[in-house]
Design a protein around this ligand. Structure first.
Ligand code: AMP
Length: 187
């Protein structure tokens, strides 16, 4: 399975990605986690990415794409993956299609985790990551609406919207049920 997870910050995307990756037996690839690792290790990429993470802006595509290409080229991602946080813009989605097309494959589905603003803001203020301050949260929500939400129309043909409000296990079951339906319909 080649899947992409989309959702506003605080929709529980990362939590669901970790659980779904285990249930589906495919690696969980989170660009946010990859950037945070680079920042912690103080690599050149981390030094460049840091100011964007700190303000909630998107890291420029030339940095992000190289990192994702490298990760997708690793053997564990050959037969499937769950991308969490990438693509986040329509140009990134085109880039992904090019990478996959060159390898003779394509995405199976895009899962949207949908949750109202008041739910995501409440969840984020519980989480305590350094980029979870009020200003940065507000900016990340703005960036999501402006740059990432247009991906939902871009992926309309393979989009599966999951209600992300409720206990983690219930949301996981909704996602897995939706994926089974999608596969059944695809034949
Ligand atoms: P996340 O862990 O997905 O919430 O991402 C944390 C931060 O990493 C974001 O606010 C961005 O600064 C950066 N980031 C993660 N994924 C991407 C991406 N696909 N493109 C650009 N920046 C990203």
């Amino acid at each position: 399975m080649r899947l992409v997870l989309i959702g506003p910050p605080g929709a529980g995307k990362g939590t669901q990605a970790a659980v779904l990756s285990e249930r589906l037996g495919v690696p969980h690839i989170s660009t946010g986690d990859l950037f945070r690792e680079h920042v912690t290790r103080r690599t050149p990429l981390g030094r460049e990415a840091r100011r964007y993470l700190d303000t909630g802006e998107l890291v420029p595509d030339h940095v992000t794409s190289g990192m994702v290409r490298e990760r997708l080229a690793q053997p564990d991602a050959r037969h499937g993956f769950l991308l969490d946080g990438f693509p986040r813009t329509v140009p990134q989605a085109r880039e992904l299609a090019t990478v996959l097309g060159a390898a003779g494959c394509a995405l199976d589905a895009v899962l949207e985790f949908a949750a109202p603003d008041e739910v995501v803001v409440a969840r984020l203020s519980d989480r305590g990551r350094p980029d979870d301050t009020e200003d940065v949260i507000r900016n990340r929500l703005r960036v999501y609406q402006r740059l990432t939400a247009p991906l939902l129309a871009h992926y309309a043909g393979i989009l599966l919207t999951v209600d992300a409000v409720g206990p983690v296990e219930e949301v996981t079951e909704r996602a897995l049920d939706g994926l089974s339906d999608l596969q059944r319909r695809a034949g």
